[in-house]
Design a protein around this ligand. Structure first.
Ligand code: ADP
Ligand code: MG
Length: 256
């Protein structure tokens, strides 16, 4: 079963085409990286997968389910952004609890009679706290739960952002240049951590970067994008050894 089926996706902003006829099948548990220069449409494609942007043509399925028109919260995906997007006034614990609160409370609140008496019940709160703690420990940030984002290093903030995506235990992780705000040394270290996380969770990752060495070291397959088109989708080794066309060879061969 394909975890993600991307079929003939088109996207224009006004009259400007940004994605052209993008099709890609991603297998359950695969780590696929969208690699291409800035402006080629990587984030737009990822945002369409997340439901944050609506395509102008084509269709997306996650698992067996066509998700066109399905809101982000109703998709079994979690997104990690380059900017972390943590709430500065909340503690790490509160930041990580946000997705769980949204999901658990809204499902309780949908019960017509009991719902209105239950927002923030103790039972739900305790369960959320336990899930947050388990995730935080797994990422080595259990001791940081009481801090605010401003009191964390870049690497710690990045772990919190990953943790916040993880607490929901999504079937699919979408990561948009999650390491680009970190210094070079930490970036290499975090690569290994994300890869390890992928191996441990066994879920599907769609990872976006413009950094070749990141793509080549982390991915099962790399999807090379240029000007809104997918040029080649293959294993890192194949992309190096056997580029499909001159544009792939140029991009891969060029320094940076
Ligand atoms: P990448 O992530 O590969 O750098 P993006 O997907 O962010 O590329 O952008 C692809 C193209 O679409 C760029 O030319 C960008 O300017 C344009 N674009 C992205 N978002 C919008 C938007 N909301 N409105 C108009 N143009 C956009
Ligand atoms: Mg981008």
């Amino acid at each position: 079963m394909a975890a993600i089926t991307i079929e003939k996706i088109e996207k224009s902003f006004g009259a400007t085409p940004v994605l052209r006829d993008v099709s890609l099948d991603i297998a359950d548990g695969e780590f696929v990286t969208l690699l291409g220069p800035s402006g080629c449409g990587k984030s737009t494609l990822l945002r369409i997968l997340a439901g944050l942007e609506v395509q102008t043509g084509g269709s997306i399925a996650i698992g067996e389910r066509v998700v066109d028109g399905v809101r982000p919260k109703r998709r079994d995906v979690a997104m990690v952004f380059q900017s972390y997007a943590l709430y500065p006034h909340m503690t790490v614990q509160e930041n990580m609890a946000v997705p769980l609160r949204m999901r658990r409370l809204s499902s309780i609140q949908r019960l017509p009679l009991i719902g209105r008496f239950l927002p923030g019940t103790k039972a739900v709160g305790a369960e959320i706290e336990k899930d947050v703690m388990r995730t935080a420990k797994a990422l080595g940030i259990g001791h940081l739960l009481g801090r605010k984002p401003g009191q964390l290093s870049g690497g710690q903030r990045q772990r919190v952002a990953v943790g916040r995506a993880m607490v929901r235990q999504p079937a699919v992780f979408l990561m948009d240049e999650p390491l680009s705000n970190l210094d070079a040394k930490l970036r290499v270290q975090m690569r290994a951590e994300i890869k390890e996380l992928h191996d441990r969770l066994g879920v599907t990752f769609v990872y976006v970067t413009h950094d070749q060495s990141e793509a080549m070291t982390m991915s099962d397959r790399v999807a090379v994008m240029l000007d809104g088109e997918l040029l080649q989708v293959a294993s890192p080794r194949e992309i190096y050894a056997d580029p499909d066309d001159r544009r792939v060879a140029e991009f891969i061969g060029s320094p940076k």
